[in-house]
Design a protein around this ligand. Structure first.
Ligand code: 5RP
Length: 224
């Protein structure tokens, strides 16, 4: 398994001073910035577009930006986010008419590609595309809002996704998003995740460094 990555979700950041807040969370030890794109169509909420991603780059953010597209249709936004500075682009298979084409479009745009699975979405969408993905993102809440509780059935799904990755032999990250906290991150890692999105757990606390350090401390307890 790969080294662990902590990816704060900007959904819970201080949006009035986004650049500064992202800079602060990176200085506090975050590895990746998770960028939630919601369209009020695929999910019942509306957030950020490519202009905001570009604004973070223009502000001087150099860390990897992990763009999670909760939009339908998917393809039109891929080149825009790649140009705006995305490193990872992930999308929900149900939202794309042609999953293979969307994945290729992401890689051809120079980004790492991934599929996102809602709590009730089958991992069978992975069957014919393991060679075309760099990350599998399992939603541990229903997408649309921060601050929800982790759905326990995700643990078993993580184990299944980990088994698929290990059997494939491909270099694929296993990311989890929703309700990740200090008190469950070790169990989530033990189930197979190596990339952890955390929004409210980090941004709702005054001391980001303390939360991230405590998460890393928890992760040291996990046998890889
Ligand atoms: O994609 C998301 C919601 O669709 C968010 O990234 C996710 O829920 C993170 O928030 P929190 O850590 O507060 O649960």
């Amino acid at each position: 398994m790969k080294s662990y990555l902590i990816a704060p979700s900007i959904l819970s950041a201080d949006l009035a001073r986004l650049g500064e807040d992202v800079e602060n969370v990176l200085k506090a030890g975050a590895d990746v910035i998770h960028f939630d794109v919601m369209d009020n169509h695929y999910v019942p909420n509306l957030t950020f577009g490519p202009a905001v991603c570009k604004a973070l780059r223009d502000y001087g953010i150099t860390a990897p930006i992990d763009v999670h597209l909760m939009v339908k249709p998917v393809d039109r936004l891929i080149p825009d986010f790649a140009k705006a500075g995305a490193d990872y682009i992930t999308f929900h298979p149900e939202a794309s008419e042609h999953i293979d084409r969307s994945l290729q479009l992401i890689r051809n745009s120079g980004c790492k590609a991934g599929l996102v699975f809602n709590p009730a979405t089958s991992l069978s969408y992975l069957d014919y595309v393991m060679d075309k993905i760099d990350v599998i993102l399992l939603m541990s809440v229903n997408p649309g809002f921060g601050g929800q509780s982790f759905i326990p059935a995700t643990m078993q799904k993580l184990q299944e996704a980990r088994r698929r990755i290990d059997e494939s032999g491909f270099d694929i990250r296993l990311e989890v998003d929703g309700g990740v906290k200090i008190n469950n991150i070790a169990e989530i890692a033990a189930a197979g995740a190596d990339m952890f999105v955390a929004g409210s757990a980090i941004f709702d606390q005054p001391d980001y460094r303390k939360v991230i350090n405590e998460m890393r401390q928890e992760l040291t307890k996990v046998q890889k």
